[in-house]
Design a protein around this ligand. Structure first.
Ligand code: SDX
Length: 427
């Protein structure tokens, strides 16, 4: 504890403990506030509220800093792999070569799904949005893996964590295959985590699929950039679901559902659709005007962030990756020109400068994914695939936190005071 915050409420004055983290903002511990004053705090959207202690990810929105267990995201994106970042996020330290080899072996041997799960896909219409399939299939995993649903058993928690991280690429690829009417491709455990995913997604039984190392590296980097992000909406959903003791598969399915929203993970699909709607550079001013119009609900998708009030460090790496992939594929997608010009104009427009609206992780990712061959409907699925590592790490941290209890926010009640029932003949 590093001091106290004095609060006076009516005739009551109380000193609230102030707690320090290792880095970043202090917190005022208000756990005794209601008991001592009868008042709640009020913070819609939790913009000034710390819901937990965590040692996994740190964001400085003003500096544009993102650290995973202390390591800067740009260094991890450049030097690490997604599976190594998964180890780092879930276990807290970078692995030795032996540890990484053992971890890769374990994850690789959980990539297949129960064969009966295939029938679940057939219950969906072919034109079902892949995120709807992901919500359903991941939630259904608890019906297939009963031996890893007991959250009080550390071994079962570990097995469920491995299964979720290992099976998300398989489930995601199957959702894509189902939507285009192609047969499912089984995992090939001789490939890397990301290479396996690319083959399950784009391979067909009729011919061999050769993983392009440039695409594999770009995809792996995109997964790293999406792996975890502090207590964002979907991670908070996973934690809240987990706080009731729900099984890990149900918690991750809840996170997937929350991520789907266009204000959150759905923004990458919405951003690319917006760039396509803009179509040409000369139409950008029209959309900038709409984004500034208070009466128009339109927002520039891929811009702005709850925490980053400076550049999203992931967007910088994503832009570099977009350049590499488009050059490698020889794709000169006109929407990339629209994206760069939109960014240039937005960053010089006083509305965006004043409101500190910079491109976020979702602004460029859609351009890369589209160039690789993913339909926009798969973009948020890829976000969910990668963020499963962060959700699993945060869920395990929550389960192990002695201070955690079932999440149960209160409210400022603005409804009718007590009144007696009136019979229908008197209304
Ligand atoms: C992700 O939390 C995370 O960490 C999320 C994420 C992760 O990794 O988990 O980083 C992933 O969700 C990234 C964000 C993807 N969403 C989008 O790109 C959708 C477009 N962005 C906006 O919806 C918005 O910026 C949010 C939701 C991202 C942030 O909302 P805030 O911080 O609550 O900001 P706000 O809605 O209060 O806006 C502040 C002002 C408002 O104007 P005023 O009411 O003050 O006059 O900025 C304006 C807004 O109208 N504004 C925008 C805008 N974003 C905010 N105006 C135009 N275009 C935008 N994109």
């Amino acid at each position: 504890m590093s001091g106290q915050a004095r609060m006076t409420l009516g005739d009551k004055t109380l000193d609230l403990p102030v707690l320090d983290g290792s880095i970043g903002p202090q917190v005022v511990d208000i756990r005794k506030l209601y008991g001592q004053t009868g008042a709640f705090t009020y913070d819609p959207g939790f913009t000034s509220t710390a819901s937990c202690q965590s040692a996994i990810t740190y964001i400085d929105g003003d500096e544009g800093t993102l650290l995973h267990r202390g390591y800067p995201i740009d260094q991890l994106a450049e030097k690490s792999t997604f599976l190594e970042v998964a180890y780092l996020l879930t276990k807290g330290e970078l692995p030795t070569k032996t540890q990484l080899d053992e971890y890769s072996y374990t994850i690789t041997r959980h990539t297949m799904v129960h064969e009966q799960l295939l029938h679940l896909y057939r219950g969906f219409r072919r034109d079902a949005h892949p995120m709807a399939i992901m919500c359903g299939v991941v939630g259904a995993l608890s019906a297939f893996y009963h031996d890893s649903t007991d959250i009080d058993d550390p071994h079962q928690r570990m097995v469920a964590s491995h299964r979720l991280i290992a099976k998300m690429p398989t489930i995601a690829a199957m959702a894509y295959k189902y939507s285009i009417g192609q047969p499912f491709i089984y995992p090939d455990n001789s490939l890397s985590y990301t290479g396996n995913f690319l083959r399950m997604t784009f391979g067909v039984p009729a011919e061999d699929y050769v993983v392009d190392p440039v695409i594999e590296r770009a995809m792996d980097r995109i997964f790293i950039l999406h792996a975890d992000h502090e207590q964002n909406a979907s991670t908070s959903t996973v934690r809240l679901a987990g706080s009731s003791g729900a099984n890990p598969f149900a918690c991750i399915a809840a996170g997937i559902a929350c991520l789907w929203g266009p204000a959150h993970g759905g923004a990458n699909e919405a951003a690319l659709n917006m760039l396509r709607e803009i179509g040409t550079v000369d139409r950008i001013p029209e959309f900038i005007a709409r984004a500034k119009d208070k009466n128009d609900p339109f927002r520039l998708m891929g811009f702005g962030h709850r925490v980053y009030k400076n550049y999203d460090p992931r967007a910088k790496v994503m832009q570099q990756t977009a350049n590499e992939v488009l050059a490698k594929l020889g794709v000169s997608d006109p929407i990339f020109d629209v994206a760069r010009e939109l960014e240039r104009i937005a960053l010089s427009d006083e509305y965006f400068v004043e409101k500190k609206l910079y491109p976020n992780v979702d602004f460029y990712s859609g351009i890369i994914l589209s160039a690789i061959g993913f339909p926009t409907s798969m973009f948020t699925v890829l976000f969910a695939l990668a963020r499963t590592v962060g959700w699993v790490a945060q869920w395990n941290e929550m389960i192990g936190d002695p201070e955690q209890k079932i999440g149960r926010p209160r409210q400022l009640y603005t409804g009718a005071p007590r009144r007696d029932y009136v019979g229908i003949d008197k209304r």
